[in-house]
Design a protein around this ligand. Structure first.
Ligand code: OGA
Ligand code: NI
Length: 336
């Protein structure tokens, strides 16, 4: 049995110059040559503009057509974004044993995790080229005692960063409420009180044409706000059967609609499929901030918006269980 230390991709990929067979994707999932630059891109929205109504229209349109957009002038300082990204990079650069120890403060092993490949490691036939650190990060400060304490400013910087992201997420959700015609504050409370941060580290891969960093998926969230490495490409969004690269833009966040918001809007907004490809030269770090409901909260199309719901009601706990059991086949479980 392999230990977690042995599994971490960052632990062995530097001295292994070929792709182990357990990481070679089946032909129909491989990214192929990932060089051809696409002229298409996802919308870029300036949140600092003065025309609030116009901003809402842009957000709504992007959420309907792409399920993805980038935002600039979002109010989170460049300094804090850099500080957070650097501390997450430092975390993944620590010796494997230290990382594992720093993620072992919860005796139940649920409120801070470090894993290789994906959370479904045991079930996945094929592995993914990535290590991930994840823990809850509610603004109340609950679970803070389970977060890493190394690098030494981790809790301070990540605490500040996740507070700011919570504010930004709620601003975006409020604008979506306005645009959709939902009551103000619709998402405050149960639908958004369980935020989680996922810090992905994708080491360079000797043959990116054979592997994936992250499988094609939709996020099991309300929305996701992603901070990506400023120089390194990797994220792609599926739009009209084409993989569109999400360009790293300085000081921007990538925002995407999650499957739960697709359900709430009865399919009007799309939780688009996306994936991450690897590259052979640079490690890539990305930080996803997931807005999750509380586990008992019922997920269903909003009655204010919908006469004929196409999705059935279930608790977020049930939804998440099906999501991890069924993977891409979850759509069948959701339809009413
Ligand atoms: C995710 C995700 C993209 C990335 O965490 O769900 O899609 O670039 N991450 O790491
Ligand atoms: Ni995702």
């Amino acid at each position: 049995m392999e230990t977690m230390e042995q599994r971490l991709i960052s632990n062995w990929s530097k001295v292994n110059f070929s792709v182990p067979s357990s990481f070679v994707q089946p032909l129909d999932c491989r990214p192929g040559k990932v060089t051809s630059p696409s002229s298409k891109t996802i919308p870029l929205i300036d949140l600092g503009g003065h025309d609030h109504a116009h901003t809402i229209i842009q957000i709504l349109k992007a959420s309907e057509e792409y399920g993805f957009f980038q935002v600039i002038n979002h109010g989170v300082s460049k300094n804090l974004m850099d500080e957070a990204l650097n501390i997450f990079k430092e975390f993944h650069a620590m010796p494997p044993k230290e990382k594992i120890d720093e993620c072992s403060k919860d005796p139940h092993g649920v409120n801070c995790k470090l894993y290789a490949s994906s959370e479904n490691y045991k079930k996945d036939a094929i592995q993914y080229w990535k290590d991930t650190l994840t823990h809850p990060c509610p603004p109340s400060g609950e679970f803070l005692e389970f977060w890493p304490q190394k690098p030494h400013k981790y809790r301070e910087v990540v605490g500040k960063y996740t507070q700011e992201l919570n504010k930004l997420a709620h601003e975006i959700l409020e604008m979506l409420c306005e645009g959709l015609g939902l009551n103000q504050g619709y998402f405050i409370g149960g639908l958004s009180e369980n935020p989680v941060v996922l810090v992905h580290h994708y080491p360079p891969c000797p043959d990116p044409s054979l592997t994936l960093g992250l499988a094609k998926h939709r996020d099991p969230t309300i929305i996701t706000i992603l901070l990506q490495d400023q120089e390194v490409h990797g994220l792609q969004v599926l739009k009209d059967d084409e993989w569109i690269p999400v360009e790293p833009i300085p000081n921007a966040f990538v925002v995407n609609i999650g499957l739960i918001l697709q359900i709430i809007t009865n399919g009007r907004l799309v939780g688009a499929e996306h994936r991450v490809v690897t590259n052979s030269t640079s490690a890539r770090t990305s930080v996803a901030y997931f807005i999750y409901p509380s586990f008992s909260r019922i997920i269903e199309p909003a009655q204010q918006l919908v006469d004929v719901p196409i999705y059935k009601s279930m608790s977020f706990g049930e939804f998440r269980k099906s999501f991890y059991e069924k993977g891409p086949k979850i759509e069948q479980v959701l339809q009413s």
